[in-house]
Design a protein around this ligand. Sequence first.
Ligand SMILES: NC(=O)c1ccc[n+]([C@@H]2O[C@H](COP(=O)([O-])OP(=O)(O)OC[C@H]3O[C@@H](n4cnc5c(N)ncnc54)[C@H](OP(=O)(O)O)[C@@H]3O)[C@@H](O)[C@H]2O)c1
Ligand SMILES: *[C@@H]1O[C@H](CO)[C@@H](O)[C@H](O)[C@H]1NC(C)=O
Length: 315
Amino acid sequence: MVTWVVLGGGLLALYVLIYYNLVRCPKCRSSLKLTGKTVIVTGANTGIGKACALDLAKRGARVILACRDKVKAEAAVYDIRKESGNNEVLFMHLDLESLESVRSFAETFLKSEPRLDVLINNAGLARGKMSSDGFSIEFRVNHLGHFLLTILLLDRLKQAKAGRVVVVASEAHRWGSIDSRVLSGVATKNTGWSTFRPYCDSKLCNILFTRELANKLEGTNVSCYAVHPGCVFTDLSRNMKFWQKLLFVPLAKLFFRDAENGAQTTIYCTVQEGIEMLSGRYFSECQVKEVSASGRDDALAKKLWEVSERLVGIA
Ligand SMILES: NC(=O)c1ccc[n+]([C@@H]2O[C@H](COP(=O)([O-])OP(=O)(O)OC[C@H]3O[C@@H](n4cnc5c(N)ncnc54)[C@H](OP(=O)(O)O)[C@@H]3O)[C@@H](O)[C@H]2O)c1
Ligand SMILES: *[C@@H]1O[C@H](CO)[C@@H](O)[C@H](O)[C@H]1NC(C)=O
């Protein structure tokens, strides 16, 4: 009996320890208001993006939800307006898998919105299928679509007093590498050790993109940051097989943070004042963190930028 009580108590203490160190995220403490500012959040209909959009709406920002599914996005607009009391929350259609859609989003946005203060590249997917041209869908959605989107919106960001680009990357970038076939602008094959591989690669692209973008932005008033949100229980696991979900969901419920906690570092990089000298760097738990060796490779970052320009047709 005593043994069980001790054991139970020990397990409880362990969970409390894990909870406070891993599950709960340090909150972004800035109470900065964003009244009069415009923010775009991609993939804001659910998960981290939605939690982030809600917080920014509460701060008074005009928030554009850039999403691919009209029905889901309009439901999110309704929820966010209701909870924040801010009616300047809008949906604009964006499917990052299609460069044509990215271009038409940018055109619509630039025509209808006079200003842009922050672009949050949050949308992402894992374990998708290969797309027809042989590039992984993770590469196209998580990296390439956001690459073009950012380039097309950069001039408008430069007109802001202190524009920002926040890129939601991941610790998964540590397992990523950039295939030489990608760098020569030809298709990559999904032959890695797992279907998770293209996701890790795309997250490394996010890190390298942010790094090179910071170089390109030197001398402007725009800064950029890459983010790891933590392990967050969202719809990101939607493409898992049934048996994988069976294992994953209960563990995630216990050990992963919720979307509100998962949004904190993104919010931090959006509103925290005085971090401009850390432009191009990577943040986790609301503080700067070192990236993997490949993530610090400036030559690789440059090469990825050049090939991305060619792939989206702007070189
Ligand atoms: N969850 C984690 O533990 C974790 C950890 C590290 C990094 N991250 C990163 O955090 C970001 C947000 O993920 P999440 O966990 O919140 O996942 P999520 O709940 O699955 O949300 C992903 C969002 O991206 C959107 N999206 C997917 N493909 C798109 C496309 N082609 N065009 C436009 N939007 C698209 C989704 O739209 P639909 O609803 O229409 O599909 C959804 O709104 C991702 O970049 C992810 O890599 C997550
Ligand atoms: C950046 O902001 C400062 C202070 O607002 C301003 O003086 C300067 O002209 C701006 N620089 C550019 C390149 O816009």
